[in-house]
Write a protein that binds this ligand. Sequence first.
Ligand SMILES: C[S@@+](CC[C@H](N)C(=O)[O-])C[C@H]1O[C@@H](n2cnc3c(N)ncnc32)[C@H](O)[C@@H]1O
Ligand SMILES: [Zn+2]
Length: 277
Amino acid sequence: MPYICPICQLPLVQHIPSKGYYCKKKHHFDLAKEGYLNLLPVQHKKSKDPGDSRAMMRSRRNFLESEYYLPMAKAIATLIDKYKPESRPMHVLDMGCGEGYYSRQIKAFCECSADIDLHGIDIAKNAIFAAAKKQQNAHFIVASNKKPPYADNFFDLILKVYAPSNENEVKRILKTKGFLLTVTPGPKHLWQLKEFIYKKVNEHNITVDLPEDFEQIESQRISYKIKPDQISRMALLQMTPFAWRVKNEMLNTIQRANGLEIETDFILTLAQLKLKT
Ligand SMILES: C[S@@+](CC[C@H](N)C(=O)[O-])C[C@H]1O[C@@H](n2cnc3c(N)ncnc32)[C@H](O)[C@@H]1O
Ligand SMILES: [Zn+2]
């Protein structure tokens, strides 16, 4: 079984008639109508609505659904196909999956799609609700990446696109020889948008810190220019961490900057877990 109880860490078993999940200590978790599980007990929450807000989630969905990041999503699918294991199914986790764009692209573009048992986790309930509603061929849970309630050694590959995680927990839930695929911003990512916001724009550091016991297998830099329309440009701004810095006047300027070309720059790093210490 993929899940463990977030309260006592015993395995969770599905009760077929109700579709809810139980552990031996009788902690119980209902499956929501949209098909996701909420495995974030109230006592583990640090705020009422942890994670990204509904507004950020909507902006992200609007922007991503316009396919401006499709080349990067396809590169993720290609890497998954290239490193698929011999054993079936391949258990894949989209960590900090948000509203599920990359999960949907994995199922749409991986040649080995039918062999993928796909899971998504995010701490934001609104995002998981939206992800599950749109995708029935994946298993979504509301829970924290810091303490993901999955069984030890369950996953063959973990994807992390701009999301936080806990190194030890990544190692615990990944099989030995399993893969961690991380997407981080490259040096020039969203350069022209940042020029509106910062007096001096600094390049991101290109080096990606790998967790201990992982070995880098491949690294790809994908960069290209996009020309988002006004709605997508504003959605892109709203989904970035620098949105809160933007004053109204600047917001209007960016809104009027029709035809603005923006560089995207992504670093995809594939690392393999060599051994468990
Ligand atoms: C920048 S967004 C990226 C979402 C998605 N990977 C994408 O690229 O569309 C970061 C996501 O991490 C989630 N997040 C933040 N802290 C988290 C945690 N402790 N556990 C799980 N998810 C978390 C947020 O709710 C948000 O959906
Ligand atoms: Zn329990």
